[in-house]
Design a binder for this molecule. Structure first.
Ligand code: BGC
Length: 733
C-alpha cells in the first residue's frame, strides 16, 4: 500500500518532503538546544542570586508568610509566591492569617467540574483544555501555584475527598493528569500535584500510618504522580498528611528523597500540606522545601509570626550553629527560585482571563462528557423537549449549590446553574413542578415527613419524576476532613426513592456525588444517571443529557460495589480501613477496585469503565498485529467500531491485559490503553491502540524494580471492564 502510494508521488515532491523533514528536525534540535541553554542560563542566574542572599532570607523562603503565600526577597526583586486551591477552580481570597474569607468582590470564578467527572470523560484532550482554562483563571487571579490536581487512588467509597481525585485506576489517572498539568503550566502557573502519597481516607488523616507493600505502592498508588512528574513535568508536589512506614509524608525519606527526587529526578518544589509538617530535622533532611499552613505565632511576634515554623527559627539556629550544612538550605532555595523562573519571574507568561465564554464552554463540555448513564430501561431517556408533559423534579440536590462546601476545593462561582434552573431553561414545553423531598439540615424528623408527603403528592401528578439527590458537600459526605459514615444514601433518600417509584414508575434517579453509593432501589426506577459535581454549568449539562441534546459518553472511573464489604479495603475489616487509630494495612494489596472485583469474581453494581449511550456501537475485527512479542516491542490492537444506533455518539474502547499462570499474584486484568472516538449515525472507524510490552511488567519486590514476565497473556478488548468483546491470547518471548 505504502509503496504504491509512494509511486504516485513525483520525485520533485519527494525531495520537497525530505527537505521539509530535515528542516523540521533541525528546528526541533535547535529548540531542544535552546531549551537546555535557557535552563543553563537560569541555573547560572539562580546561583548568582543565592550568593547574594543572607541565611535569614533563604530560611524565610522555606516557610509560609501568610495562609497562602511565602516570601520573596524584596531588596533583590525576588517576588513572593502566591498559591491557591485547586483543583476545580481558583478559590476565593482568604484573610492573611486566618481561615476566614476576605470578602473581596473580584474573586468570582468559573467552577469547573470535579476531577471525578474529568476522569469519567476518558478524554485526555479535554483534560488539556481543562488545565489551560483553569491556568488562565489562575493567572488572572495572580496565582503562581495551583494546589492541584489530586491523584490519590480511589480505595474506599467512604473517602470524603474522592471527588477531588481521578478514580481507581493508575493508568486512567496517569493519562488524565499529564495534560491537566501541562495545560496549567503553559500559563506560567505551577501545578502542585497532591497529596503525595497514600492519603486515601480523611479519617485520622493527620496521623494514620499506612503500611502497604512496595508492589502496591509502585503499581497502584504512585504511577499517576510519576506520570505527572516525568511526563507532565509538574513543577511542584504537595506532601500528604498521613504517615507512610512511620514517617509523615511531608518529610518522608522514602517517598520524597528516594523515590521522588532521586529515582524520578524531580527538580521542582515539595510543598507541605497545610500543617502537615511535624518535625524540624525530618523537614530539613527528608525532602520538604516549603512548609505551609503551620499555625503562626502572631500573638507573640507581629513582624515574624511564622518564625516558629519547623523550617523557621529552629532551622536557622541549626545552620548558624553548623549542625546543618548550608548546602541543604541552598538546595531548597534553588528549587524555589527555579519555580519562580518558571512562574512569577517568567516575563513572557500570559496574563490570563476569567469567567469568559470559553471557560464556561470548557466546563460544559467536561460536564456533559463526564456524566455516566448507568441504566436506561426501554429508552426512557432522553426526554423529548417538545412534549407538553408535567415533570416532577424532586430532591434537595436539584437546587443546592455544589460549588460551596467540601473543604479546600470550595469555590465562589460567578454563576452556578442549578439542575432545576437548567431543566426549566431546556424543557420549555413541559410544566416543571418541584419539591425538595428531604433536607440535609440537622435531622429534623417532622420537617422530613412533611417534605416526603409533599414530594409524593407531586410525583403522583407528574408524567415523569426526576429524582435529583445523592451526596453533597456537607461534613461527612463528599467533604474534606472526615469520611462518610455509611455506604447508603443519607437523609433517608433510599426510602424516599422507593416510595416515589411505587407511586410513579416513570422515575429516573440523577445522582450527584463524587463517590459510589448503594442502590437498593436500582430495580424500581427506569433510569439512573451518575452526575458528578459539575460546577458552573451543572444545570445546563444535566438538562442537555436528559433531553438528548448531548449523547452521554462518560464511563465510570471507579467501581460501584453492591455493598461496602464487596470493596477490597472493607473486605479485610477494620485494620485495613480505617485502621486501629495508629496504623492501617492495605491488605488488599494490588487488588484495588475492578482488579479486586474481577479477580475475586465479585460482581459490582456497576463496573469500572461502564457507561451507556443513547445510541449503540459494535466492535468487530479485533486483532493484535502479532501473536508473539519481545520485551522491547509494541503491541498494536486494531478494532473496527461502528455506530449502529440512530444518533451521533462517542464510545470508549478499552484494552485490558492479564497474565496467565503468573509466578506472582496478579489481577485478572489491568487497563493498558483506551481510545475515545466520536461516530456519526451509521459511521464506522478503525482504531489502533498501542501498548508497549514493558507496560506489562509487574513491580518485583525481590529486585526492587519492574520485571516483564515471559509467557502467555490475554488481551481483553471491550467498552467496559465487565463487557469484553474479544479476548486475544499473545505470548511474550
Ligand atoms: C488540603 C489541601 C489544600 C490545603 C490548602 C489542606 O487541608 O489537604 O489539599 O490544598 O489545605 O487549602
Amino acid at each position: 500500500m505504502i509503496v504504491n502510494h509512494m509511486k504516485s508521488i513525483s520525485k520533485k515532491s519527494l525531495i520537497k518532503i525530505l527537505v521539509f523533514s530535515v528542516f523540521i528536525l533541525c528546528v526541533k534540535s535547535l529548540k531542544a538546544q535552546s531549551l537546555n541553554e535557557i535552563d543553563l542560563a537560569i541555573n547560572v542566574k539562580i546561583d548568582s542570586i543565592i550568593s547574594l542572599l543572607t541565611i535569614e532570607e533563604k530560611i524565610a523562603m522555606c516557610h509560609a508568610q501568610s495562609k497562602f503565600s511565602s516570601t520573596g526577597v524584596p531588596r533583590l526583586g525576588v517576588p513572593e509566591l502566591w498559591m491557591s486551591d485547586g483543583p476545580h477552580g481558583i478559590r476565593a481570597e482568604m484573610n492573611w492569617d486566618n481561615w476566614n474569607y476576605a470578602n473581596w468582590t473580584n474573586d468570582y470564578i468559573t467552577a469547573f467540574p470535579a476531577l471525578t467527572c474529568l476522569a469519567a470523560t476518558f478524554n485526555p484532550s479535554l483534560s488539556k483544555e481543562y488545565g489551560l482554562s483553569l491556568g488562565e483563571e489562575a493567572r488572572y487571579r495572580n496565582k503562581d501555584v495551583l494546589l492541584g490536581p489530586g491523584v490519590n487512588i480511589y480505595r474506599t467509597p467512604l473517602n470524603g475527598r474522592n471527588f477531588e481525585y481521578m478514580g481507581e485506576d493508575p493508568l486512567l489517572a496517569s493519562l488524565m493528569v499529564v495534560p491537566y498539568v501541562q495545560g496549567i503550566q503553559e500559563n506560567g502557573v505551577a501545578a502542585c500535584v497532591k497529596h503525595f502519597a497514600l492519603n486515601n481516607q480523611e479519617h485520622w488523616r493527620g496521623h494514620i500510618n499506612v503500611e502497604v507493600s512496595d508492589r502496591a505502592l509502585h503499581e497502584i498508588y504512585l504511577p499517576a504522580f510519576k506520570a505527572a512528574v516525568q511526563e507532565g513535568n509538574a513543577w511542584a508536589i504537595m506532601g500528604a498528611y498521613n504517615k507512610f512506614r512511620g514517617e509523615h509524608c511531608c518529610h518522608n525519606q522514602i517517598l520524597l528523597n528516594d523515590i521522588l527526587k532521586t529515582s524520578w529526578g524531580f527538580e521542582g518544589v515539595v510543598i507541605s500540606d497545610w500543617a502537615g509538617t511535624h518535625d524540624t530535622s525530618e523537614a530539613i533532611y527528608n525532602g520538604l522545601d516549603i512548609e505551609m499552613g503551620t499555625p503562626s505565632n502572631s500573638n507573640i511576634s507581629k513582624r515574624f509570626p511564622y518564625n516558629n515554623n519547623f523550617l523557621g527559627q529552629s532551622f536557622l539556629d541549626k545552620i548558624i550553629s553548623g549542625e546543618v550544612n548550608e548546602y541543604v538550605l541552598d538546595d531548597k532555595v534553588k528549587r524555589i527560585l527555579r519555580l519562580m523562573y518558571r512562574t512569577s519571574l517568567n516575563k513572557s507568561r500570559p496574563f490570563g482571563s476569567v469567567n469568559n465564554k470559553k471557560h464556561l464552554n470548557t466546563a460544559y463540555k467536561v460536564a456533559t462528557e463526564g456524566v455516566v448513564l448507568l441504566k436506561n430501561t426501554d429508552g426512557f431517556l432522553p426526554i423529548d423537549i417538545s412534549r407538553e408533559i408535567t415533570i416532577a423534579v424532586i430532591g434537595e440536590n436539584a437546587t443546592k449549590s455544589m460549588t460551596a462546601g467540601g473543604g479546600s476545593s470550595e469555590l465562589k462561582a460567578d454563576n452556578e446553574i442549578s439542575p432545576l434552573e437548567g431543566l426549566r431553561k431546556h424543557f420549555i414545553n413541559a410544566t416543571i413542578i418541584h419539591s425538595q423531598g428531604y433536607t440535609s439540615e440537622e435531622s429534623n424528623k417532622k420537617r422530613n415527613e412533611e417534605l416526603k408527603e409533599e414530594a409524593l403528592s407531586i410525583a403522583e401528578k407528574a408524567n415523569i419524576v426526576l429524582f435529583i439527590g445523592g451526596l453533597n458537600k456537607n461534613n461527612s459526605q463528599d467533604s474534606e476532613g472526615a469520611d462518610r459514615q455509611h455506604y447508603n444514601l443519607p437523609y433517608n433518600q433510599d426510602d424516599l426513592i422507593k416510595s416515589i417509584a411505587r407511586i410513579n414508575k416513570n422515575t429516573a434517579v440523577i445522582l450527584i456525588s463524587g463517590n459510589a453509593v448503594s442502590m437498593p432501589w436500582r430495580n424500581n426506577v427506569m433510569s439512573i444517571v451518575q452526575s458528578w459535581y459539575l460546577g458552573s454549568e451543572a444545570g445546563n449539562a444535566i438538562a442537555s443529557i436528559l433531553s438528548g441534546e448531548v449523547n452521554p459518553s462518560g464511563k465510570l472511573p471507579f467501581s460501584f460495589p453492591k455493598k461496602l464489604s464487596d470493596n477490597a479495603a472493607h473486605y479485610y475489616g477494620e485494620l485495613s480501613y480505617p485502621g486501629n487509630g495508629e496504623t492501617q494495612y492495605y491488605k488488599e494489596d494490588i487488588l484495588v477496585g475492578y482488579r479486586w472485583h474481577d479477580t475475586q469474581k465479585i460482581k459490582p453494581e456497576f463496573a469500572f469503565g461502564y457507561g451507556m449511550t443513547y445510541t449503540s456501537f459494535k466492535l468487530s475485527n479485533i486483532i493484535s498485529d502479532k501473536k508473539k512479542y519481545g520485551s522491547l516491542d509494541t503491541i498494536k490492537i486494531s478494532c473496527d467500531v461502528k455506530n449502529t444506533g440512530n444518533l451521533e455518539g462517542k464510545e470508549v474502547i478499552q484494552v485490558y491485559v492479564g497474565k496467565k499462570n503468573s509466578k506472582v499474584k496478579r489481577a485478572l486484568k489491568e487497563l493498558k490503553g483506551f481510545e475515545k472516538l466520536s461516530l456519526l449515525k451509521g459511521e464506522s472507524k478503525k482504531i489502533n491502540i498501542f501498548i508497549e510490552v514493558d507496560k506489562l511488567a509487574f513491580y518485583d519486590e525481590t529486585i526492587s524494580d519492574w520485571n516483564i514476565e515471559k509467557g502467555e497473556y490475554i488481551i481483553y478488548v471491550g467498552n467496559a471492564s465487565d463487557n469484553i468483546s474479544k479476548e486475544i491470547p499473545i505470548t511474550i518471548i
